[in-house]
Design a protein. Structure first.
Length: 111
């Protein structure tokens, strides 16, 4: 039968092993860079998609009505405006997430 002192030492050893097995949550600096690059590509794609959709609608209407440059130019500008608006919404969303994370980090430290 093990000694009570041995049982305490065994529990302490098991706790140390469990603490070493769980990896610490260390945010790699490259992960932050990756998320920024991902955000930049998302914004570029949103802008290009808005322009492409505007071009397609404008070209389709001009072909349908026989007024070649009118609707094309008009809907390209509408597509540009929609793309910029979507980009601004994405930027505001990311800014809000960063603000909330900063507040939670401040609350966790007791500030």
């Amino acid at each position: 039968m093990p000694e009570p002192q041995d049982a305490d030492r065994l529990k302490a050893l098991e706790a140390k092993i469990a603490a070493l097995k769980t990896p610490a949550k260390v945010k790699d600096h490259s992960e932050e860079h990756y998320s920024q690059a991902q955000l930049a590509w998302r914004m570029v794609i949103e802008l290009v998609a808005g322009l492409g959709i505007g071009f397609g609608i404008g070209y389709g209407l001009d072909t349908l009505f026989g007024t070649m440059p009118v609707f094309l130019v008009l809907f390209i500008f509408f597509g540009l405006a929609a793309g910029v608006k979507t980009m601004m919404r994405s930027a505001a969303e990311v800014q809000l997430k960063q603000h909330k994370a900063a507040q939670e980090k401040g609350d966790a430290r007791g500030d």
